[in-house]
Write a protein that binds this ligand. Structure first.
Ligand code: XMP
Length: 507
């Protein structure tokens, strides 16, 4: 494996994903975390950072000790830190350099094998290396900086630095450089594949769970489905899945999802708790209050069901890597904007041990493992859907009637996206029922009905998003389809806000 030491860069996860894409396993650790050198550890990558190496108390690691053990690659801040630690000079650049630059190769080296003489790279830095330490050599330059890539020439293991970000899309040959580092320099075996992950995880789960039982809440989403399938491959029907209909799922989703679970051999019980949810949601208009009601009721319903499974000792969860990476916060803690992930607290009340088979995977890796396990593509490529479901897409109070109305409208929207081939281009889509009525005319009749907003976004991780530029004709057809078929809605609008400053959901 490879260890990526994180100094707080926004791109650290991209480094990890690029490493995993090369079928090499890696972990991200905060730069100050201790770790052991063992025979599996093949190399270390130092990330970028919003800090400057010249600040007092700038984050620091013992690179000299690392290269006694394994090869090291410093990226951006990681490169500057390395240069400075060995006696080089790093200063504020005359001109801050952001965005595209052209790297000019100065020397052939293992790191640059197969890289063009001139190659586009992506810069994002305000300091630069003005002078390299002795026994360091320049491998590449750009028009504005003398040291874009360097190497230490006299160490036990190779030490490299790149001033640019090889991990981002716009460094066109960056992935190849990372590949060279991982495979040609560190000697990584490239045996981290979806199939090997599934096989090892199932073996491990068998060992950990033994002859005990596991309970698990399933949501119909990709993560919980893949996690449950791995567990089920290990222990069969000793996995007890529970899927709750909270009344704010999509139209027909409860039945369809249960059907899919059955087809992949999962032992899942469906619980219809709609009435309970509608009753508790009555009168609640504040988004956070609605989230709390749904989160709490879900735990109550699940708890009641779980108590019936007396033999359960474990609780399965679909936690994935981005949920557990310890992030380095060099400029204060980040702020919680909405109270996401509201189904915590379960293991404590039930005294269960957690089982999280996807803890080390990124979302795209979860999908690949899911396909490897034979889960239908439809299930794997589903858009994300929030835990509180349509409740946060019905602005204001949620009632059964409104839920039905939105389910209908959303059904036509998603169906059209799929039929016209837009579903997979969009990261997430949904309809929002606004608490606004307006006047319309149908035949000779005046109507006074609800307004529906359509939302579709493109995104990589949901943190930032742009509105999808769906064709006008498509929007026109969907609008007609909805207004003609869904009684109670006489006006459709399309949301053209990006995130930030808007969010994906309206509540
Ligand atoms: P926002 O609206 O914050 O949404 O841009 C980002 C992503 O998170 C989902 N989301 C939620 N998921 N519980 C969840 O499980 C929630 O309360 C919640 N609120 C938003 C949203 O659907 C999008 O994918």
């Amino acid at each position: 494996r490879i260890i990526i030491l994180d100094f707080g860069s926004q791109y650290t996860q991209l480094i990890a994903r690029a490493v995993r894409e090369a079928n090499v396993y890696c972990d991200i650790l905060p730069y100050h975390k201790n770790f052991a050198f063992d025979e599996n550890l093949k190399g270390i990558i130092l990330s970028g950072s919003p800090c400057s190496v010249n600040e007092t108390d700038a984050p620091n690691v013992d690179v000299a000790a690392f290269i006694e053990q394994v090869p090291v690659l410093g990226v951006c801040y990681g490169a500057q830190l390395t240069a400075k630690l060995f006696g080089g000079r790093v200063d504020k650049s005359d001109k801050r350099e952001y965005g595209r630059a052209q790297m000019n190769k100065q020397k052939e080296d293992k790191l640059l094998t197969g890289i063009s003489q001139k190659s586009q790279v992506w810069m994002s830095h305000s300091d630069s290396i003005k002078q390299l330490p002795v026994n360091f050599e320049i491998l590449a330059t750009t028009e504005s900086i003398p040291v874009a890539a360097f190497k230490k020439t006299d160490s036990t293991h190779p030490l490299y630095g790149l001033q640019f970000h090889p991990e981002v899309y716009h460094s066109t040959e960056g992935k190849k450089m990372l590949f060279n580092f991982l495979v040609n320099i560190c000697g990584c075996a490239q045996d981290w594949t979806p199939a090997s992950f599934a096989e090892e995880t199932i073996t491990q789960l068998k060992k950990t769970i033994g002859d005990k039982h596991v309970i698990m809440a399933l949501s119909g989403g990709v993560d919980s489905t893949v996690a449950a399938t791995l567990i089920s491959h290990a222990i069969g029907d000793r996995l007890h899945g529970i899927f709750v209909d909270n009344g704010v799922l999509r139209k027909g989703e409860f039945e369809q999802v249960l059907e899919t679970y059955k087809s992949i051999g999962l032992n899942v019980k469906g619980i219809n708790a709609k009435e309970l949810f509608y009753k508790e949601l009555a009168g609640k208009t504040d988004p956070e209050a609605k989230r709390k009601v749904i989160g709490k009721l879900f735990i109550d319903v699940f708890h009641e069901e779980a108590l019936k499974i007396k033999e359960a000792s474990f609780l399965g969860q679909g936690t994935i890597y981005p949920d557990v990476i310890e992030s380095v916060s060099v400029h204060g803690p980040s702020v919680t904007i909405k109270s996401h992930h509201n189904v915590g607290g379960l293991p404590d009340i039930m005294n269960l041990q957690l089982i999280e088979p996807l803890r080390s995977l990124f979302k795209d890796e979860v999908r690949r493992v899911g396909l490897e396990l034979g889960i239908p593509r439809d299930m794997i490529n589903r858009h994300p859907f929030p835990g509180p479901g349509l409740a946060i897409r019905i602005l204001g109070e949620v009632t059964e009637e409104k839920a039905k109305l939105l389910q209908e409208a959303d059904y036509y929207y998603i169906k059209a996206l799929k039929e016209k081939g837009h579903y997979d281009e969009v990261w997430q889509a949904g309809a929002i029922l606004l608490p606004v009525k307006s006047v319309g005319v149908m035949g000779d009749e005046r109507t006074y009905e609800y307004t529906l907003a359509l939302r579709a976004v493109t995104s990589v991780d949901g943190m930032t998003a742009d509105w999808s530029h769906l064709p006008y004709e498509f929007l026109a057809d969907v609008s007609n389809e909805i207004i003609n078929n869904v009684r109670g809605i006489n006006r459709v609008v399309y949301d053209i806000s990006s995130k930030p400053p808007a969010t994906i959901e309206w509540e």
